[in-house]
Design a protein around this ligand. Structure first.
Ligand SMILES: *Cc1c(COP(=O)(O)O)cnc(C)c1O
Length: 394
């Protein structure tokens, strides 16, 4: 049981790390070349959909993540929408995903007119369980011309979209093997996991396609932004085409060969992203330090800290603790938020939202259990730490 003393001590630790006043859950830091790169954009007049920073940002993300190709988009939801189209998902298809995720995952599936099926998560990764995935597929699907079809609905099971919750890598290699076996396209929602690894391999490099988000609360931000990554040159070409209004290159004519999307990232946002990428390794190091301080605190106070699974390196985007039950969670949330310390529960399960209440699921025991108990703790990179580390390095 987390008592008031422990909560007060935790708040004291938060203040020691982040300082006084209101402490947000996750705020961006702009302590590098952000201002300069934005000024350069304005001075050069390249603020919008054309400009060198977009290409540079794409190259930086590809190099950092170890993907062959990266295509910038206006936000992570748009990236996921386009990636799902490119993975071949069509209206009426079903997509295996998590009920324990941010709404964007299911929104993107819905934009296509496809329907999510909710697979339970693992207690340690907070993400899709390969055991639950196989169990559901074996009980609910049959093969038809090398693809999986849902026995009950007759719909094609076109894709699987696991999500690396809070930057903790799911058992992605195991999930990839199952998708391969059942003829299901794997698209990783890696929105939260830039800088997270399984062994040496970056999350987002296991699927046919993966997507990142650079929203204001993510590990790095472009204000708003997203990225599609893939190793397939054809998909990469299609991704760029589809997200830039499907325009045929021509010196002056406007010709478009399909209904495309205006999902391109403006150069201004990409400039911010380039500056943020220069600091990402330093930010990840600081985030790991903060996680270590929470880990020690939790061990000393008998709290359950969500830790890295063996063989993985999370980016520590959002730290989390698992409390004993929903009442304890609610008491903790209201006490900390009343004391200017922003804490948050995990998202309401997708299966409990009106739009998705009719979707199939496997029972979701662990998802439900976790959603009653998880709380996120403040996890920003403190500016003071940032200066200390970057000065030491330069
Ligand atoms: C942030 C996020 C997205 C994309 O969000 P945008 O705000 O559109 O960039 C998608 N999925 C998950 C799980 C996310 O956390």
């Amino acid at each position: 049981m987390i008592d008031t003393d422990t909560t007060d001590n935790l708040i004291a630790l938060v203040r020691e790390i982040f300082g006084e006043g209101f402490i947000p859950l996750h705020r961006p830091v702009f302590e590098g070349n952000e201002k300069q790169y934005l000024i350069d954009c304005i001075d050069s007049n390249f603020v919008s959909s054309v400009g060198a920073r977009v290409t540079e940002f794409e190259e930086r993300i590809a190099a950092f993540s170890g993907s062959k190709f990266a295509i910038a988009t206006v936000n992570g939801t748009a990236a996921l929408h386009a990636a799902l189209i490119l993975a071949g998902i069509e209206r009426g298809d079903e997509v295996l995903s998590q009920a324990l995720t941010f709404i964007a995952t299911c929104n993107a599936i819905s934009y296509i007119g496809a329907k999510p099926v909710f697979i339970d998560v693992d207690e340690d990764t907070l993400g899709m369980s390969p055991v639950a995935l196989r169990r559901w597929l074996e009980a609910n699907s049959r093969p038809e011309q090398g693809r999986a079809v849902n026995i009950t609905t007759g719909a094609r099971i076109a894709a699987c979209v696991p999500m690396h919750t809070f930057g903790f890598p799911v058992r992605i290699a195991e999930i990839a093997a199952i998708c391969e076996e059942f003829g299901i396209a794997l698209v990783e929602d890696a929105a939260e996991s830039l800088g997270s690894y399984v062994g040496e391999r970056h999350t987002g490099t296991f699927g046919k396609l993966a997507t990142y988000s650079f929203n204001g609360n993510k590990v790095i931000t472009t204000g708003g932004g997203g990225m599609i990554v893939t190793d397939d040159p054809e998909l990469a070409k299609r991704a760029k085409h589809l997200t830039t209004t499907a325009k045929i290159p021509h010196p002056y004519e406007f010709v478009h060969d399909e209904v495309g999307y205006n999902y391109r990232l403006p150069n201004l946002n990409a400039a911010l992203g380039c500056a943020q990428m220069e600091k990402l390794p330093a930010m990840l190091a600081i985030k790991a330090d903060i996680a270590a301080r929470y880990r020690t605190f939790c061990a000393e106070h008998g709290l359950r800290f969500v830790d890295a699974r063996e063989g993985t390196t999370p980016n520590w985007w959002l730290n989390a603790v698992i409390l004993n039950d929903r009442d304890e969670r609610d008491a903790f949330l209201s006490y900390t938020n009343e004391h200017q310390t922003m804490t948050r529960p995990i998202w309401r399960l997708m299966s409990e939202l009106d739009m998705f209440s009719s979707c199939q699921s496997d029972g979701l025991d662990t998802s439900r259990w976790l959603s009653d108990r998880i709380v996120n703790l403040p996890s920003s990179v403190p500016e003071s730490e940032f200066h200390r580390i970057t000065n030491e390095r330069s």
